[in-house]
Ligand binder design. Structure first.
Ligand code: ZN
Length: 260
């Protein structure tokens, strides 16, 4: 397993502060040299694409990559990784994202930015309330079956309007347009029996996490997801993004993910 010093310090915490911005890895600059040489030699796009082998090989490495990237983001040291012109050209042949992330459409939660990832790294699916329904499930299946993505993350966030709307009385929800009602109906079961929590902020957090757990469960029941998990080629986890701090809390264990 490839481990960087920065990654080691952050493993499993999700809350550690990162202060240093690591230099681009040796691996990345070697790849850039190889690409430059290939272009100079007049290599075809197929030959160039073959040079860019995926560096993330396991679900654990994918999770670590996201944790380290988020720590860079909330610590104010985002790299905003960009690709060289050669690397961008090589991307035309194929994509090898290491994670598929189902997140909310909320404008304050742009997936690649909060994980500090660049082009070709994340297969992003965004829909209000990060719900698993036929279209999002189809995108997930595609990423797993065809792109061999190692990790599926369902990410909710602080102050989610979709979850909040799903908690309104049925009469009020019925006033919404048809497709919004469909969307809210996918969230309602996870938020309708929440324990009474007085504090509004804490109550909303519980509701968002309850929805994340429910959507993770739904995703886990998908036959393509299930088969990949059984073969240990894929992990399915949840995440909660805090808008105010920029930090992501990960839900990884069976207990953290179980529908309460
Ligand atoms: Zn939202």
């Amino acid at each position: 397993m490839r481990r960087t010093t920065l990654a080691l310090g952050l493993l499993g915490t999700g809350r550690s502060q990162s202060t240093a911005t690591p230099a681009p890895s040796q691996e990345a600059s070697q790849l850039e040299n190889k690409l430059r040489e290939a272009v100079e030699k007049g290599a075809t796009m197929e030959e160039i694409a073959k040079l860019k082998t995926p560096t993330i090989r396991t679900p654990e490495e994918a999770i670590r990559m996201l944790k380290v990237g988020n720590a860079r983001f909330f610590g104010g040291h985002a790299r905003r990784p960009e690709l060289s012109a050669n690397e961008r050209r090589a991307q035309i042949i194929t994509q090898t994202p290491f994670a598929v992330i189902l997140g909310c459409s909320d404008s304050r939660v742009p997936i690649e930015i909060v994980y500090d990832q660049g082009l070709g790294e994340i297969f992003a699916i965004r829909v209000a309330g990060e719900i698993v329904e036929p279209a999002t499930a189809g995108s997930i299946e595609y990423a797993i079956a065809h792109l061999k993505t190692k990790l599926l993350v369902v990410m909710g966030h602080e102050g989610c309007g979709a979850v909040k709307a799903a908690m309104l009385p049925e009469k009020e929800r019925n006033g919404e347009p048809e497709n919004v009602r469909f969307l809210l109906d996918q969230i309602v079961p996870s938020v309708s029996n929440l324990p009474k929590i007085r504090d509004e902020k804490a109550r909303m957090r519980e509701a968002v996490i309850a929805n994340v757990r429910m959507q993770v469960k739904k995703a886990g029941e998908n036959p393509v997801v299930k088969a990949a998990v059984e073969k240990k080629e894929l992990a399915v986890i949840g995440a909660y993004y805090e808008i105010s701090s920029g930090q992501v809390d990960f839900l990884e264990t069976e207990d953290e993910l179980s529908v309460k």
